[in-house]
Design a protein. Structure first.
Lengths: 261, 415
């Protein structure tokens, strides 16, 4: 019996095919202008990689900010529930999950069985999200993927005082003009994101073990800064971007008791 | 509707000031199918508007909502509440006008939109004449400053009631003395007579309305909930304007009868209630999908809302001013935050609520500033709290997508 979870975020969309406890395939695509089109594309790629046909899917659950556009899904569930469920499946001891995506970030307290107990979200401001890193990468003429390594090379960390992406960009331009090393600026940016997310996490209450998911979890500089800010080591899954889609697929599997499609 | 020279604004101005205009609105509203208590409240506010805009028979005093309304009705003064009218304007889709005009006046965008909108509506000449201004210092410090600005800008006298944070006898004595001075001040600047019997009558009417409102509160304990919180967003206006006026008695009698009938005869929509909730602070005054997502789509029901809570003891007509002073200091927004947290805890139990939602209205520090204590108190009792950042006046500051995710996630959590 196959089920699918689809997570449509503001920057990327993921689809994941599950058979029982086994992940049989997944995909990541850019969301682009159409959430529905991204969902279709992500699902088709994941199905192809899994060797499963659309007709074999028993149930589909959509999540993420674009979930309401996925009209072919059997159910829509928020990313809060899906991240909690996905994180619990990967590491049943996890009590807190932090997700930093392209344009939002969230912290979820995870209870028994992967049920969310509390949560906090930032989706109003680009600071503390992947977009912040993208903007600064452009200013520093770096590839996004290499920023983490740059941050870890820094001997000192530049102070980025601003909590606003636009103002931080100006601040970075000033630091560059002052001759501050790029790695120090990148480390400062990672710390700025980490402090902001750690403050949000404190509102929920950080209980270890803590999982770090979402695209920004691939950035080792942010992982390091966030571990320092939280005072806890972080569990980063092998594929941090698919935790939401995995949670959605697990909820789809749970929903099979209610009947197939 | 942004331009104050807009023909619709001119029409509205004319309608408010033309003696027959408000009677026309009243006749039109009377013909519309409405709940009985809404007929009473519409009549009451139109009558108040007529007194403020289209009649010169009585003095008009602009006030914040926490000056006891019994005082106005007992002294035969027409009160005008800019905060309430900002809410009313929002419900009529006029928020953008008020907010944009406030920017022209130089009010910064991080101020509360209720007061910014009020300032903008005043600048657009949509407010009536003013003979004097009054405000209290408690609950909301911006209100006192805004009312002071209005009075100053129009060259009218202004009186600030300094409300102590404590509710002990000394605090009540202190405030009672100020109320006496306020009456003396009004007699002087407005030329009104003070008839103690008339004030006692207002106190009697207030107590009658209070007894009926308490009956409504008791009826709302029923499961399924007979009323939906989304239909009660005007309650703060009722609690702060109607008491002491005969309409208050009529309104709460009609609401009591309506609620009792719904307890006795359930409606189909009441069967969809899955999770009972306690709502803290204000709700959007304009038409917003937020509350319908919560109550229609997701099966939540706001079983009780903080702003409907009758916070004061029965008033004593033998000592009216002292009673009103006690009413003011005992407001749940006044004094230590623990008082409000205690009340939340008590009401959550009384109305069998499984979760609470705090709507953090833009720029309102007096409520959101208490969140740490409120959350800690509710957490102790195992009651999840959802904090929604939004705006009860300005729809452009209430993005539905993010709010939908939060509300849905909260309901998934409680399911």
């Amino acid at each position: 019996m196959y089920v699918a979870g689809i997570d449509i975020g503001s920057t990327s969309g993921e689809a994941l095919i599950l058979e029982g406890e086994r992940i049989v395939g997944w995909s990541i695509v850019d969301t682009g202008y159409s959430s529905r089109r991204a969902a279709e594309e992500a699902l088709e790629i994941a199905l192809k990689r899994s060797g499963v046909t659309r007709g074999q899917l028993q149930r589909i659950v959509a999540t993420g900010y674009g979930r309401v556009s996925v009209d072919f899904a059997d159910q829509q569930v928020t990313e809060i529930s899906c991240y909690a469920r996905g994180a619990h499946f990967l590491h049943p001891q996890v009590q807190t999950v932090i997700d930093i995506g392209g344009q939002d970030s969230k912290v979820v307290a995870v209870g028994p069985g992967g049920k969310p107990l509390d949560f906090a979200m930032n989706d109003k401001c680009a600071a503390g999200t992947g977009r912040f890193l993208e903007v600064i990468a452009r200013v520093l003429q770096l590839e996004l993927a290499e920023m983490g390594d740059w941050a870890l090379r820094a001997r000192r960390t530049a102070e980025i005082s601003s909590t606003c992406t636009v103002f931080a960009e100006s601040e970075v331009v000033t630091l560059v003009a002052d001759g501050v090393a790029r790695e120090e600026i990148v480390a400062g940016i990672c710390r700025s994101i980490a402090r902001r997310v750690a403050a949000m996490a404190a509102r929920v209450g950080v209980e270890p073990p803590v999982m770090f998911a979402g695209g920004v979890a691939r950035n080792r500089g942010v992982v390091h800064a966030l571990e320092e800010a939280l005072g806890h080591p972080l569990i980063v899954p092998e594929e941090p971007q698919i935790v939401g889609a995995l949670g959605a697929a697990l909820i789809a599997r749970d929903g099979m008791d209610g009947g197939s499609r | 509707m942004d331009d104050p020279r807009d023909i619709r604004i001119r029409l509205l101005r004319g309608l408010l000031r033309w003696p027959l205009g408000l009677r026309l609105v009243r006749a039109l509203l009377a013909g519309r199918p409405q709940k009985p208590h809404h007929h009473v409240s519409a009549d009451f506010f139109l009558e108040m508007a007529r007194g403020a805009y289209a009649s010169r028979a009585r003095p008009v005093v602009w006030s914040n909502i926490f000056v006891p309304s019994e005082l106005f009705w007992g002294l035969e003064i027409v009160p005008f509440f800019p905060e309430t009218w900002a809410g009313l304007a929002a419900s009529m889709g006029l928020s953008a006008l008020g907010v944009s005009q406030a920017a022209v006046l130089g009010y910064p965008v991080d101020l509360c939109t209720v007061h910014r909108s009020a300032a903008g509506l005043w600048a657009s000449q949509l407010f009536p004449r003013i003979d004097a201004g009054v405000a209290t210092s408690h609950a909301c410090d911006l209100a006192g400053q805004m009312l002071g600005n209005f009075a100053y800008a129009q060259g009218k006298p202004f009186f600030l009631l300094d409300v102590p944070q404590s509710d002990d006898a000394a605090a009540v004595d202190y405030l009672t003395a100020q109320l006496e001075r306020l009456i003396a001040h009004w007699r002087e600047v407005l030329g009104i007579d003070f008839d103690p019997d008339r004030l006692r009558e207002a106190i009697r009417l207030s107590n009658q309305a209070r007894a009926l409102a308490l009956e409504v509160a008791a009826l709302r304990e029923a499961e399924p909930a007979p009323l939906r919180g989304s239909g009660m967003r005007d309650q703060l206006a009722m609690l702060t304007a109607m008491f002491g006026h005969p309409s208050g008695v009529r309104y709460y009698r009609a609401l009591r009868d309506y609620t009792a009938e719904r307890v006795a005869n359930r409606r189909p929509e009441q069967t969809n209630q899955k999770v009972r909730l306690y709502w803290m602070h204000l709700m959007p005054y304009f038409e917003s999908d937020l509350l319908s997502i919560l109550e229609d789509e997701l099966g939540g029901v706001i079983a009780w809302e903080e702003i409907s809570t009758l916070w004061w003891e029965e008033l004593d007509e033998r000592a009216p001013l002292r009673s009103l002073a006690r009413k003011m200091v005992s407001l749940f927004f006044n004094g230590p935050i623990q008082r409000r947290a205690e009340m939340a805890s008590r009401l959550i139990q009384r109305y069998h609520c499984r979760g609470a939602i705090h709507f953090s209205h833009w720029g309102c520090r007096q409520s959101a500033g208490a969140l740490y204590v409120l959350r800690a108190r509710l957490r102790q009792e195992g009651v999840p709290l959802l904090i929604l950042d939004g705006d009860c006046i300005d729809p452009s500051n209430l993005p539905l997508g993010p709010l939908r995710t939060r509300v849905e996630a909260f309901m998934e959590m409680l399911a």
